[in-house]
Design a binder for this molecule. Structure first.
Ligand code: ZN
Length: 242
């Protein structure tokens, strides 16, 4: 049997403890909900991590065994330890760990540091969103219809202060006339990064089967290549090629 993909789902896990609506929508936490549907994939092993866990959920033995790290944070980005952020960045760049930034993780320290952006955007009231599939040929869009209607999501709007995505898989229209690049792929060092906008804590997007399929596809896309050698950028010497 081939090796399973080790996915660690990191969640700030604060809203679910303090807000009744969010608790009702995600009784086991947003990370618990994502774990539930990812576990439908036979080739995925899920580990849960939260900000208030020891070592902020990511001690070496967890991070160094993670193939794809998923990140949901919102109100406590500033509490995430800078040394941890550097360990995450290094694992993406040098070991090829995949990084999937969900929703408000556009402002998370790891996303800012890995991609090189402030993550600034505009936002507003919850409203209807239509997400358009721009790249049906992309692995993350496999099996996804040409558009997805979300009856209610938090408005995220352009301009979104990100570098041009290497691949722009989804873009969204919002009911009040705004647009937003909602599914963006990057490559940094040896790693692959996907930013995916739906997932406000008081909206049911992670219950939507199409959103779930996109996240499953993103995990499979973000798996590190089997380099067969240590991709360590900044190697102090160059070995002979022949
Ligand atoms: Zn939000």
């Amino acid at each position: 049997m081939s090796k399973k993909i080790n996915v660690t789902i990191w969640n700030e896990f604060r809203h679910e403890k303090t807000d009744e609506n969010v608790k009702n929508l995600y009784p086991n936490g947003i990370h618990g909900k994502i774990a539930e549907f990812l576990s439908e994939c036979d080739d995925i092993n899920v580990t849960l991590a939260a900000l208030d866990d020891p070592y902020q959920g990511l001690p070496d033995e967890v991070l160094n065994n993670t193939d794809v790290l998923m990140w949901w944070g919102h109100m406590a980005h500033h509490e995430v330890d800078d040394a941890l952020v550097e360990r995450i960045r290094s694992r993406v760049y040098n070991k090829g760990m995949g990084f999937i930034a969900l929703h408000s993780a556009h402002y998370s320290k790891p996303f800012q540091r890995i991609v090189g952006t402030s993550g600034n955007l505009s936002w507003g009231d919850d409203q209807k969103e239509i997400m358009w599939n721009l790249m049906p040929s992309h692995p993350i869009a496999a099996g996804i219809p040409d558009h997805i209607v979300l009856d209610v999501e938090e408005l995220y709007a352009e301009p979104f202060a990100i570098p041009q995505p290497d691949e722009l898989v989804f873009t969204s229209w919002f009911e009040h006339g705004f647009i937003f690049r909602s599914g963006c792929c990057y490559r940094r060092g040896a790693g692959k990064i996907f930013y995916f906008q739906p997932g406000h804590e008081s909206c049911p997007s992670y219950h939507n089967p199409v959103i779930q399929q996109i996240i499953k596809n993103a995990v499979h896309w973000a798996v590190p290549n089997d380099f067969g050698y240590n991709v360590d950028f900044g190697c102090p010497w160059i070995p002979a090629i022949v």
